[in-house]
Design a protein around this ligand. Structure first.
Ligand SMILES: [Zn+2]
Length: 283
């Protein structure tokens, strides 16, 4: 079992819901395959393996979940296209560390694409209900509006069952911009992947963890030009990524990766103008 990062104010568990596969070319944007395949080998359908990682932050003031993965409501066709493997699954991963759905007080989704909020809700009978009955779900207002009015390019990424039932249940707080949700846990706006994508910065005053979300989905995306084709505003991603990775280098942050199948955390350094991943050995 993974060990948590323990500090004076909190305990951070990096957990994994499961795996899925996406087209490698799409995942690396303009970077040619001859270069990216060294970092992420492709299968015969040109897909690369990705994980759905999430954080459980335990604090004296409550438990926070960052991301809820793909969820379980997938028709066979999509399970096949994306080769979805929900081992162990989000609830089981939480159960293994002694946490039940009713123990979660806050859920943060970096954005509302289906691979980040899939387990926000669960199907019970014909309805979808919040998976975490006592949680407040913290979502950017702009992201909420984008999810309700998707365009032809991003509408397949938004599934209403992942978020509409939360509002119906009165469990959504729509945030505008940055927000400290409790001492040491801050939501920060990191636009580019979507216009209102958000990340999470966790700090105990000396150690800081930056959960980048799809701003830097895996450690293989540390290079500035490694930007997914899914990103709606790639030049904005570039600007945002440059600023936050410079912060990570200067302040020696631990960067957490939502989709990396083999690495939850790393440090980052700068080699001339290039950002480079440095293995994280622990607190
Ligand atoms: Zn994603």
């Amino acid at each position: 079992m993974v060990e948590p990062l323990v500090s004076d104010n909190f305990e951070i568990w990096a957990l994994r819901e499961g795996y899925f596969y996406l087209d490698g070319g799409t995942m690396f944007g303009i970077v040619p395959k001859i270069i990216w395949e060294k970092k992420a080998p492709a299968d015969r359908l040109n897909r690369i393996c990705l994980a759905t990682n999430f954080l459980l932050i335990r604090t004296p003031k409550g438990n926070i979940l960052v991301e809820t993965g793909l969820g379980e409501n997938w028709p066979a066709k999509f399970r096949e296209i994306y080769a979805i493997d929900l081992t162990p699954g989000l609830k089981r991963a939480l159960k293994e560390v002694g946490i039940g759905p009713e123990d979660i007080n806050f859920v943060i989704n970096t954005h509302l694409h289906f691979d980040h909020c899939g387990h926000n809700t669960e199907k019970r009978g014909d309805d979808f209900l919040p998976t975490f009955p006592r949680a407040l779900y913290l979502i950017q207002k702009g992201e909420w509006e984008a999810a309700l009015n998707p365009n032809e390019r991003d509408k397949s990424s938004y599934l209403e069952a992942n978020f509409l039932p939360l509002m119906k249940a009165g469990q959504v707080e729509l945030i505008e911009g940055d927000k400290e949700i409790m001492p040491g846990v801050k939501i920060v706006l990191t636009p580019g992947h979507t216009a209102f994508h958000q990340s999470v910065l966790i700090s105990d005053g000396t150690k800081e963890i930056f959960f980048a979300g799809d701003l830097v989905p895996t450690s293989a995306h540390i290079g500035l030009s490694y930007i997914m084709s899914y990103d709606l505003f790639p030049t904005e991603t570039l600007k945002t990524k440059k600023w936050w990775l410079n912060q990570a280098v200067e302040k020696n942050w631990i960067v957490a990766y939502v989709h990396d199948p083999s690495c939850f955390f790393s440090l980052v350094k700068k080699d001339k103008d290039k950002f480079v991943v440095v293995p994280f050995e622990g607190f």
